[in-house]
Ligand binder design. Sequence first.
Ligand SMILES: C[C@@]1(CC(=O)O)C2=NC(=C\c3[nH]c(c(CCC(=O)O)c3CC(=O)O)Cc3[nH]c(c(CC(=O)O)c3CCC(=O)O)/C=C3\N/C(=C\2)[C@@H](CCC(=O)O)[C@]3(C)CC(=O)O)/[C@H]1CCC(=O)O
Ligand SMILES: NC(=O)c1ccc[n+]([C@@H]2O[C@H](COP(=O)([O-])OP(=O)(O)OC[C@H]3O[C@@H](n4cnc5c(N)ncnc54)[C@H](O)[C@@H]3O)[C@@H](O)[C@H]2O)c1
Length: 198
Amino acid sequence: MFYPIMINISNKLIIVVGGGEVAYRKAAKFLEFGGKVMILSPNNIEKFRDLKEKHKEKLNFIYDKYNKKYIHDVFLVIAATSSKEINQQISNDCKDLSILANIVDNRDSSDFITPSIINNDNLTISISTMGSFPYLSKKIRTDMEEKYKKFNKEYLNLLEEVRYLVLEKHRDKTKETMEYALSLDIDELKDLLIKLKD
Ligand SMILES: C[C@@]1(CC(=O)O)C2=NC(=C\c3[nH]c(c(CCC(=O)O)c3CC(=O)O)Cc3[nH]c(c(CC(=O)O)c3CCC(=O)O)/C=C3\N/C(=C\2)[C@@H](CCC(=O)O)[C@]3(C)CC(=O)O)/[C@H]1CCC(=O)O
Ligand SMILES: NC(=O)c1ccc[n+]([C@@H]2O[C@H](COP(=O)([O-])OP(=O)(O)OC[C@H]3O[C@@H](n4cnc5c(N)ncnc54)[C@H](O)[C@@H]3O)[C@@H](O)[C@H]2O)c1
């Protein structure tokens, strides 16, 4: 079974083996959450150039085939090559070295799997089908992105202020006020904040 945790990857090195679409998708997400990514692959798709432009020194490349020597001292490993045998080899090596690995073509060999993620800065929602139907995770993500799009960073920052004011000054109406705050659009929420401050 896979237990969902929020893991701090800031400035930690994650090595992604392979340079295709799947490697790209995984790398882009780890970079979005502040990780440092090394791509280990003899070649990789064009899109990585834009990712390098965006993330500069946080993204680097080793143009070589997989070798165990490259994974010593890394925080996480993603095996995303097109070779089942190499992916399995990576899994075995990671077990030897006690490094957590995600094997993109074999959930049973994976120490962790990657969920579908909605990242609105302060609000993160991750969705998983425990590996049984990833396309459903993607579908739920797109539905929820639409449904919860108002909860962006600005909105969450205002909500945080509302919460502190309610806890400080209106403890008797905590739940009603919080429930009410969630029903508002951003301008109404700003008005509520002014009222709560009075
Ligand atoms: C959620 C997401 C996150 C991400 O990758 O960032 C993700 N897969 C996504 C998309 C996707 N993956 C696949 C398709 C094509 C349709 C299909 O085949 O179903 C599509 C749809 C598409 O591409 O449109 C094929 C596929 N996926 C896996 C296998 C191997 C296997 O099942 O053993 C195969 C067959 C490969 C083959 O053909 O051989 C395995 C895994 N994929 C996972 C995650 C993990 C379980 C997640 C969960 O619990 O739901 C897990 C177990 C391991 C892992 O990768 O961590 C991302 C959506 C991101 C988004 O857009 O929101
Ligand atoms: N988990 C998922 O979400 C998911 C989704 C679709 C496919 N897959 C699986 O992921 C695999 C990769 O998919 P893709 O579309 O990125 O494939 P792809 O063929 O586009 O890319 C494979 C990459 O692996 C590299 N590679 C091959 N042998 C290597 C080695 N020995 N060392 C280092 N790199 C090596 C290649 O150079 C290439 O860059 C597929 O075979 C499929 O089984 C997983």
